[in-house]
Ligand binder design. Structure first.
Ligand code: UGY
Ligand code: MN
Length: 254
């Protein structure tokens, strides 16, 4: 249904709010039986791509040219690794990380939705390896968000963070979930050099981005450029939760 040219989405120099009323679906190479909604891409000024893939049963996805993180929102999928006879089964809350060039095939067993983040890897200078014999490369991993132990953010028990990737400098980005009790908020306006890609998973609230305050709810995606002023409050009576990407563990000058 058209909405007389109106949308909740906003595209500004230092942020993008991408709301479902403005989503456009597109085919992509490597994706069969499915369509992609590309939310965030280098064209915006981002150093990564974030998209939602929507699969029909039997739809498939193969690896891209970059490292990849994926998170299942809905449905059920098989993840095939080459040389392994038994696939992994991924369900909502399940996630996977693939280093650059790690071959994989994802096959939907049911209608499914998956968030995918692709990013060219920035190698870690061996100077920074704690153990010089350790590998400078990140490794394939699978996990389940509900099984990751939550930690209070800045000692606030009403705001719990889960780190989905290992605490190791070889990873050049972080993926976390932040779960807010009703009424909880970030303790400060953040301004930092890392950029963010965010998907609101549950509930909603008010997001400050730059000099604007936006009502935000489940299904919305946000890009925050480096140094974009940001703050969130889970306004209302329901908890809120989002999945958030940030570039991490690298010096700004390489
Ligand atoms: O990790 C972060 O920078 C996070 N606290 N930012 C945010 O939620 N906007
Ligand atoms: Mn932040």
């Amino acid at each position: 249904m058209h909405n007389l040219g109106q949308t909740r989405s906003a595209n500004r120099r230092d942020h993008l709010l991408h709301t479902p009323d403005a989503f456009v679906r597109t085919p992509l190479p490597g994706l069969t039986g499915g369509l992609a909604i590309v939310h965030i891409a280098p064209h915006l000024g981002a150093a990564f791509t974030m998209m939602t893939l929507e699969f029909a049963p039997k739809g498939t996805l193969i690896q891209s040219a970059t490292q990849r993180f994926l998170y299942v929102l809905e449905g059920e999928l098989h993840l095939h690794e080459p040389g392994k006879a038994i696939p992994h089964t991924l369900t909502p809350g399940g996630y996977a990380y693939f280093p650059t060039g790690y071959p994989h095939t994802l096959t939907a067993l049911a209608p499914s939705r998956v968030v995918v983040i692709d990013k060219p890897f920035l190698p870690l200078d061996p100077l920074y390896l704690n153990d010089p014999a350790a590998s400078p490369d990140p490794w394939f991993l699978l996990g389940r968000e509900p099984e990751v132990a939550p930690l209070p953010l800045n000692d606030d028990p009403g705001l719990q963070v889960r780190h989905l990737l290992p605490d190791s400098h070889v990873f050049d980005f972080a993926i976390n979930t932040l779960a807010y009790d009703p009424g909880a908020s970030l303790s400060q306006v953040e301004i930092h050099h890392m950029e963010h890609g965010l998907l609101m998973l549950e509930g909603g609230g008010i997001y400050r981005l730059g000099e604007s305050w936006y009502p935000t709810s489940a299904g919305d995606v946000i890009w925050m450029a480096p140094f974009c002023p940001q703050w969130f409050g889970a306004i209302g009576k329901n908890p809120a939760k989002y999945l958030i990407y940030k570039d991490f563990n690298r010096h700004t000058l390489g």
